[in-house]
Design a protein around this ligand. Sequence first.
Ligand code: HEM
Length: 192
Amino acid sequence: MREAVRNFIPKNRIWILTQLPAVVMGMMLTYNGSQWELLTPYSAYFAVSFLVLTLSLNPIKKLKPQWVWVLKLNRHRRQLGVASFSCALIHFVCFLIMRGSFYKAVPYFFHPAIIPGVWVAFPILLVLAISSNNRSVKKLTFPKWKQLHRTVYLAEGVIIVHMILMGEFVFALCFFVPLVGLQLLRFKNTPV
Ligand code: HEM
């Protein structure tokens, strides 16, 4: 038992490290709910950063296969993707606290700037996080699992829209122009 506990941290260090931002923000909110104001942008930018990092790794790997750090990080894409969801969850909880309760927040779910986040990006990230394990790959079979995980590109698109409608045009450009550039370059370099 003690051995299992001792092995837990080294074995799961990447999970622990990637979930740390969401866990710390979750603890801050539990301790003092009024910190939603501070944590709304922090959780949002952590979520976007993890997402952009996750989606950049494969294109960089294809373009620069000699970059060892990319190969190493690429092995942890699953953890990075789930971390994006955890931070998006904190972002969502901040929104619920800001509005007072889930029921009071519901009418705002139909605001044009919130629709892409709440009805498209968040559900996609949730489903992808739940299915980011070997059991789901086995259950769905790899081609179907892969198809499901391609919906992340839809999430990427609507997050750009969400950010722009939230008035974060410059930050949306800073995050997504390099990512979309990499994705297009990879596409161009892939033989048909
Ligand atoms: C779950 C449903 C979502 C809701 C209700 C929501 C709500 C909001 C709100 C109210 C803001 C403006 C905050 C402010 O003015 O300070 C905002 C901004 C933002 N959201 Fe979301 N969002 C959602 C999903 C997402 C997702 C999934 C992402 C990315 C993974 C995201 C990324 C951002 C970013 C980067 C900003 C700009 C930073 C900021 O101003 O806080 N949002 N969101």
